[in-house]
Design a protein around this ligand. Structure first.
Ligand code: AMP
Length: 389
């Protein structure tokens, strides 16, 4: 997956960046949002020896924005396109597809509000999920407009929900004042029934925001990417503006989200930088692997993977040397590091997907694992077969 990400994102000229595994708690409290589940319940927060509050990173965007400001990336030619990969931490109840430490790949574009950036990012994640072999992938998109529209809509929704409060689930009721939009996220059937009738933010967008959203969709349409517009799509983080999107897999069960993201035009400024639009996504590696067809490790059909079996213990050092020589010729090679029987070693050669096995016993035998053909071959000739080094 790491290699795949490098290829797919590198091809679109995204640069790889790494940020620290922990940051000041304040960064996430402000950058992710006080009203979110992540900040309220899911952060691993601790004090260092100097009494500062630190937090294991629960997500990547806030750190990228911090780095953008701290390292003066706003002074570079815009936009800045970066991708990252690494461990993230959330204090959640572990279950299938949900862990307290998990890996994410993410991509961000800072310094442009053009819809092409939004569409490019969505298409890149679609490409990555497809290349990873994810099954039954669905994409939902929406727009959250700008902060003013959103806060007016939030007030409207709160008022609309208040007379229906008794039909809402307890957690939704508890957050009605702080963030009524999260009611759209609820899996409680009563709440869902109420929300199906609720006014939507999409109907309240300004002309500018609606045009931005229409352009993003037009770009996705012309790229032939299928998606559904979901007015109830509310991403878990507070800072999104305009475009939001989420990819899910139908084979994942309860934790169906593969990855998602959106635009966060106010975030860099919120974190102390100059006003800078941004857009990005993050995807969960474990979920991607769970949603993908099981990998086959054959070393490829036309590969040249070699396994060296040692049938005579005295030849172990020679086998070791042969493997080093082969690797020096850029051939994938390994020897058996145990003292299992020859039969066991041949089984191991199969398990590692070897195309050829060299058997070092009284004589040296060269076996083609695909045809089963086996003949005597001097070690020097094996080496010759795989280049002169
Ligand atoms: P989020 O920023 O919450 O949308 O997370 C982005 C992606 O990371 C999700 O779509 C999941 O694929 C993955 N993810 C989030 N939380 C977890 C977790 N606790 N365990 C495993 N994967 C996760």
């Amino acid at each position: 997956m790491l290699e795949l990400s490098r290829v797919v994102l590198g091809r679109a000229l995204y640069d790889y960046v790494e940020t620290p595994a922990f940051e000041d708690t304040e960064l996430f409290a402000r950058g992710v949002g006080e009203s979110t589940d992540v900040v309220q319940k899911e952060m691993f927060t601790f004090e260092d020896k100097a009494g500062r509050s630190l937090t294991l990173r629960p997500e990547g965007t806030a750190s990228i924005c911090r780095a953008y400001v701290e390292h003066g990336m706003h002074k570079r030619a815009q936009p800045v396109k970066v991708w990252y990969w690494g461990p993230f931490f959330r204090h959640e109840a572990p279950q299938a597809g949900r862990f307290r430490q998990f890996a994410q790949v993410g991509a961000e574009v800072l310094g442009t509000d053009e819809p092409t950036a939004d569409a490019e990012l969505i298409l890149l994640l679609a490409e990555l999920l497809d290349a990873a072999g994810c099954r039954e992938v669905r994409l939902r998109v929406s727009s959250l407009g700008n902060p003013a529209t959103r806060s007016a809509y939030r007030a409207e929704l709160r008022e609309w929900l208040r007379p229906r409060e008794s039909e809402l689930s307890e957690p939704v009721r508890a957050r009605l004042d702080l963030n009524p939009l999260r009611a759209f996220d609820s899996d409680d059937p009563g709440t869902q029934a109420v929300m199906a009738e609720a006014p939507t933010l999409l109907d309240r967008l300004t002309d500018e925001d609606a045009a931005h959203f229409a352009e993003v969709r037009a770009l996705l349409d012309s790229a032939g990417l299928e998606y559904g517009v979901d007015p109830g799509l509310v991403r878990g983080l507070d800072y999104y503006t305009r475009t939001v999107f989420e990819f899910e897999s139908g084979v994942l069960g309860a934790q169906a989200a593969l990855g998602g993201g959106g635009r966060y035009d106010g975030l860099v400024e919120l974190l102390g930088g100059p006003p800078t639009p941004g857009v990005g996504w993050a995807a969960g590696i474990e979920r991607i692997l769970l949603a993908a067809d099981p990998p086959e490790d054959t070393g490829g059909d036309d590969g040249q993977r070699i396994f060296v079996a040692v049938a005579k213990p005295e030849r172990r050092a020679e086998a070791f040397e042969l493997v080093s020589e082969l690797r020096g010729r850029l051939v994938e090679a390994d020897l058996d590091h145990t003292t299992r029987s020859l039969k066991g070693q041949l089984k191991q050669a199969d398990r590692v997907g070897a195309h050829y096995t060299v058997i070092m016993g009284e004589t040296t035998e060269f076996k083609d694992m695909r045809t089963g053909d086996q003949r005597e071959m001097a070690v020097a000739d094996v080496l010759k077969k795989f280049g002169d080094g």
